[in-house]
Design a protein around this ligand. Structure first.
Ligand code: 5GP
Ligand code: MG
Length: 175
């Protein structure tokens, strides 16, 4: 398995996630939170963040597909909300791995808002501000990064590299 250079180490991910969890907890209204993780790629970050919140949390999931097997976004986002759980009247924390063009989070936030949560906050581990196509900013960001394609810590290329413990810049192998 070759996935290029380490961009963010496992220790950096861990430290930043703990700090983010504190930041998020302070910003959330008191009481339980309904955490919604966007599958599949935010699964590792979502679990680590939610465990560190120090709040009672119920769990929901949105399944998003926009990338298919390529490194370029297809633009349109398909969201499946079968496992969303109860959103109406809850304080909802929406969690994704990367905010890139903004299409996924904009669509996900719209889906959730239509269900009238008591409040909605968004948290992403990585943000690529230079790639934005729709105006969307997350309330909490782990690391802003350059326009590079990353893998590891849940993030894949064609289904590979998700289980790498650190975040790496993906380099296509020359044939
Ligand atoms: P957006 O809809 O904002 O363009 O893309 C968001 C989703 O695209 C993220 O949740 C993430 O799964 C995927 N994505 C964006 N950039 C990257 C990247 O550099 N590497 C990987 N593996 N996925 C990415
Ligand atoms: Mg994702």
């Amino acid at each position: 398995m070759s996935a290029g250079q380490v961009l963010i180490s496992r220790d950096e991910i861990r430290a930043r996630t703990l700090a983010l969890a504190q930041e998020v907890t302070l910003a959330l209204p008191p009481g339980p939170v309904h955490a919604v993780v966007i599958l599949k790629s935010a699964i590792f970050f979502g679990v680590d963040l939610i465990r560190a919140l120090g709040r009672e949390a119920s769990l929901g999931f949105l399944f998003a597909s926009s990338y298919g097997d390529s490194a370029e976004s297809a633009g349109a986002v398909a969201l499946s909300a079968d496992a969303l759980g109860r959103v109406t009247g809850q304080n909802v924390l929406l969690i994704d791995d990367i905010l890139d063009t903004g299409n996924t989070l904009a669509a996900a936030a719209e889906t959730l808002r239509a269900l009238r949560p008591a409040s909605l906050r968004t948290c992403v581990l990585l943000d690529k501000p230079s790639r934005r196509q729709v105006p969307f900013e997350a309330d909490h960001v782990g690391f802003p990064i350059e326009d590079v394609f990353v893998v590891g810590y849940g993030m894949d290329f064609g289904g590979r590299f998700r289980t790498l413990p650190d975040i790496r810049v993906y380099r296509q192998e020359k044939k």
